[in-house]
Ligand binder design. Structure first.
Ligand code: ADP
Ligand code: MG
Length: 366
């Protein structure tokens, strides 16, 4: 058969390109929420309240009491690559969170109806603004797109409505609203544990009682107890270790290889059907099936076959050692000396677990 006639190559519309790019950053309601929570934390909030309708597909709202956004910044807030967090290329390597460089709100504005109410301490009232395709838009046709004075407390409320209304492929990849809501609760739960000084709530719109509520000024252990229950909390082991504990390594002058780790793990008394694993790298919730596997294998010989632990690990690495070739949206992370670091942490955890069970045997014997 004959080859097909060549078809002309056409340039895609700018808005189509942006929508596709946005869909690669924001996969589902819970990934949008993750970005919004990180923004609220970056703004120094001590209270973060999440309201959800229809699994976040109809409505995802996050209200914080952070520093707010300056009124003069509102026109470029949702533009791509606008950020208050870095100002030069070299700042990228110092960035302690490797989230987005001014891409999250822009992305959200391309694939949803986005509005913002914000008030800084210096302002006498809050300001409300609507966005689409990276820019301010009027609240109603015929009005000016400029932000309008509004009632509101110090802090920022971001409202995301009809996520993916204009990206049917993304929308059809989503699960039902109860599964998307479960993912949202999971993200809020995990950030609440990692940030126990911040009060979190998460509820369905119109529901009088939140599904998650944590107080401010808590600690990690109390937060685990509150969100995962006493059965996990009572059997927790706490481990801290860092590059300083490694005697074979030469002193690292510029800190490029230095790292610290904090872990909370259940001991042999806790046996679950499925592993619960929380991994934060430089305060960002990430996934790594390799690290999960490596840590689970500590429990071979400690837990009966077919049972699993609860594991929380927070790693702080030099941002330069987190693989820059892995786009931050990729869920699986990689970093320098990963195997050696995980092995040192595993050894420390194993020692602690074994030490604990030996002292228990010892107690029984005496
Ligand atoms: P990035 O977080 O990488 O800067 P975003 O698109 O997530 O990019 O946010 C853009 C900017 O908007 C931030 O740098 C910050 O200045 C501001 N911002 C976003 N959310 C909030 C918030 N909840 N409180 C205060 N400022 C915010
Ligand atoms: Mg952000």
């Amino acid at each position: 058969s004959l080859p097909p006639e060549p078809q002309p190559i056409r340039r895609l519309q700018e808005s189509v390109i942006n929508r596709i790019a946005a869909g690669e950053i924001i996969h589902r309601p819970s990934s949008a929420l993750k970005e919004l929570i990180e923004n609220s934390l970056d703004a120094g909030s001590t209270s973060i309240r999440v309201t959800v309708k229809d699994g976040g597909m109809k409505l995802l709202q996050i209200q914080d009491n952070g520093c707010g956004i300056r009124t003069s910044d509102l026109p470029i807030l949702a533009e791509r690559f606008t950020t208050s967090k870095i100002s030069s290329f070299s700042d990228l390597s110092k960035l302690t969170t490797y989230g987005f460089r001014g891409e999250a709100l822009a992305s959200i504005s391309y694939v949803s109806h986005l509005s913002v109410v914000t008030k800084t301490k210096a302002e006498t009232c809050a300001w409300k603004a609507y966005y689409a395709d990276g820019a301010l838009i009027p609240a109603k046709e015929g009005m000016s797109p400029d932000p309008k004075p509004s009632a509101g407390n110090d802090g920022t409320t971001i409202t995301v409505e009809n996520l993916f209304y204009n990206t049917p492929t993304r929308l059809s990849a989503l699960r039902g609203s109860s599964e998307e809501y479960a993912r949202i609760l999971d993200v809020v739960t995990k950030y609440a544990i990692h940030n126990p000084s911040v009060a979190f709530t998460c509820k369905k719109a119109g529901s009088p009682t939140p599904d998650i509520t944590t107080p401010s000024g808590s600690n990690i252990k109390q937060a685990i107890k509150q969100l995962y229950g006493q059965t996990i909390a009572k059997d927790l082991v706490h481990v801290n270790t860092s590059s300083d504990d490694n005697e074979d390594e030469d002193e690292d002058e510029d800190g490029e290889n230095s790292w610290t780790a904090e872990a909370y793990f259940t001991n042999a008394n806790y046996q679950s059907k499925k592993t619960i694993f929380l991994l934060f790298i430089n305060h960002r919730l990430v996934e790594s099936s390799r690290i999960k596997k490596a840590l689970e294998s500590i429990y071979n010989g400690i837990l009966p076959k077919g049972t699993s632990p609860f594991m929380y690990l927070s790693l702080q690495l030099d941002p330069r050692s987190v693989d820059v070739n892995v786009h931050p949206t990729k869920r699986e992370v990689h970093f320098l000396n990963e195997e050696a670091i995980i092995e040192q942490i595993s050894t420390k955890i194993l020692e602690t677990l074994v030490g604990q069970s030996q002292s228990r045997v010892f107690e029984y014997q005496t």
